[in-house]
Ligand binder design. Structure first.
Ligand code: GDP
Length: 484
């Protein structure tokens, strides 16, 4: 870690070289987004290299986005068609040269990052251009990922005032139209709304299945509101399957590569990341991230979660045991830095006291640090979201990571870092689960509410039994699936 910090300060040429060998384009001004050039220097070298095919696909996508993005003739043409023809049949109309998929900002930051990556992969597979709803604070969090253009949906987009309110009851909701038999091969509406939330019906999830030349393929504008990582279900579409295998020969690296390509914290957030890293993590011999998210109705400090954290980290030997009897062993003195993130500061305070009041059996030193303790979720408040992103990013820079079951912030943190996390099972009836945690089989996030069917036929199936590289998530009781 010391070495890494030294490199960061002195050698930006090396950073550029790394960038070129990686999947990022070099067509950016370094100062406008420092994280893009510096983040690989804060990470250990990764054994997971992107495929040549993914790199070339991204370069082609960047060209497409420049040709179709905001401010282009193609964009003007496409938005012109969007208004004034609302009830017309588009089958025989020219729909312009570009087709789009709009990501609507909804739910917490972890959900947003997972769904934006999912929507981007869908865009890559279908030749669409992804545009991002900027009505919330997305541009305070992330730099532009595509050179010479913008991914932000312009404020004057014709449907701007409506997209946040779309739901299953909306007449252009794809699932609702399917249920009402209002979609057929001759009717191509100017836009469709896709509802990929935890409460989606099977008809809503079917949009991931249609044939390449189906009517919804021609729809110029898809508007997506999602809060789940739906990437695993893309593999069930036979039209995408071969392409996905070429793009991601190592299946568990999908989010890792896409997130590394798309999500670069703005300079303000990156400053928070690097200041914390340099002060608390850079000198440690070993770093551990612990992300604590409690989903009980009465939020706050919960003693059995504290006990669970201690039980998990000791059982899995992620932290040293306390000495019994209390003698000051002086053998090792290795520095273990523990980064705790939580809305509540009590978890890290207790851990800190535990390792201050008594020595460890190995003589190792344990230093505990928690950047913020915001107490309650304040999504869309700029500084609150920036702190949440900085903490997710910091977690991703640790050597080992423990996360709370079913938390999208935790999923993003471990997957962005290319780490297989230890998952703290969700406690039932206020008791510490036994075992308290489990090591995940892969670094991919979980699709928490996956479909109950594949694409081949309408029969209900267990999706975890179809491909050898899809299995149930370790941490969800229901039908979650993940790639591994
Ligand atoms: P999930 O609910 O855990 O799946 O994650 P989400 O990102 O969807 O929603 C949680 C939101 O609560 C985050 O976006 C933050 O606004 C806030 N939050 C939760 N845990 C933390 C934390 O450890 N640190 C900070 N700064 N914010 C948090």
């Amino acid at each position: 870690h010391q070495l890494l910090s030294a490199i960061v300060n002195v050698d930006s040429k090396e950073a550029k070289d790394k960038l070129l060998r990686w999947i990022l384009t070099a067509d950016f001004d370094e100062d406008s987004c420092l994280s893009r050039h510096q983040s690989s220097l804060y990470r250990k070298p990764s054994p997971h290299k992107p495929s040549e095919y993914l790199i070339s696909k991204l370069r082609s996508y960047e060209i497409l986005h420049r040709r179709c993005g905001p401010g282009t003739r193609a964009y003007k043409e496409a938005t012109k068609n969007l208004i004034g023809h609302d009830d017309e049949n588009y089958a025989n109309r020219s729909v312009g040269e570009c087709r789009y998929i709009v990501w609507v900002a909804a739910f917490g930051l972890g959900n947003r990052i997972l769904t934006l990556a999912s929507v981007f992969l869908h865009a890559l597979l279908t030749g669409r251009v992804v545009l991002v709803d900027q009505s919330k604070d997305i541009s305070d969090l992330f730099c532009e990922p595509f050179p010479g253009t913008s991914w932000l949906l312009p404020h004057d987009f014709p449907l701007m005032g409506q997209i946040g309110r779309y739901n299953m009851g909306y007449s252009r909701c794809y699932g609702t139209m399917l249920r009402n038999h209002a979609i057929n091969s001759t009717s191509v509406p100017p836009h469709l709304y896709l509802h990929i939330l935890h409460d989606s019906r099977d008809v809503d999830k079917i949009w991931l299945c249609p044939a390449r030349d189906g009517p919804d393929h021609k729809v110029p504008w898809l508007i997506v509101k999602a809060n789940v990582y739906f990437v695993p279900s893309l593999w069930f579409n036979p039209n995408f399957h071969t392409e996905l295998i070429k793009l991601f020969p190592q299946k568990e690296t999908v989010f890792y590569h896409l997130a590394g390509y798309l999500f670069h914290p703005t300079n303000q957030v990156w400053g928070m990341v690097t200041r914390s890293y340099d002060a608390y993590l850079s000198r440690a011999d070993q770093t551990l991230g612990i992300q604590v998210r409690v989903f009980t109705r009465r939020a706050g400090y919960v003693q059995h979660v504290m006990d669970q954290i201690v039980a998990c980290t000791q059982r899995e030997k992620l932290l040293p045991e306390l000495a019994t009897p209390v003698i000051n062993a002086s053998r090792s003195k290795k520095l273990n830095a523990v980064l705790v993130t939580s809305l509540h500061p009590e978890y890290s305070n207790n851990l800190k006291n535990m390792y201050w009041e008594r020595p460890t059996s190995t003589g190792d030193i344990v230093q505990v640090y928690q950047p913020s303790g915001e107490r309650f979720q304040q999504t869309d408040k700029k500084l609150h979201d920036q702190k949440a992103l900085a903490e997710i990013y910091l977690l991703s820079l640790t050597d080992n990571i423990v996360i709370s079951a079913g938390s999208t912030c935790g999923y993003v943190a471990h997957s962005l870092g290319g780490l297989k996390p230890w998952l703290l099972y969700r406690p039932v009836s206020g008791r510490v689960p036994d075992p308290p945690c489990v090591r995940a089989v892969s670094m991919e996030p979980c699709y928490i509410t996956s479909p109950s069917h594949g694409c081949e036929n309408k029969k209900r199936i267990d999706l975890a039994t179809v491909f050898p590289f899809v299995r149930h998530c370790e941490d969800t009781r229901h039908d979650g699936i993940k790639l591994f």
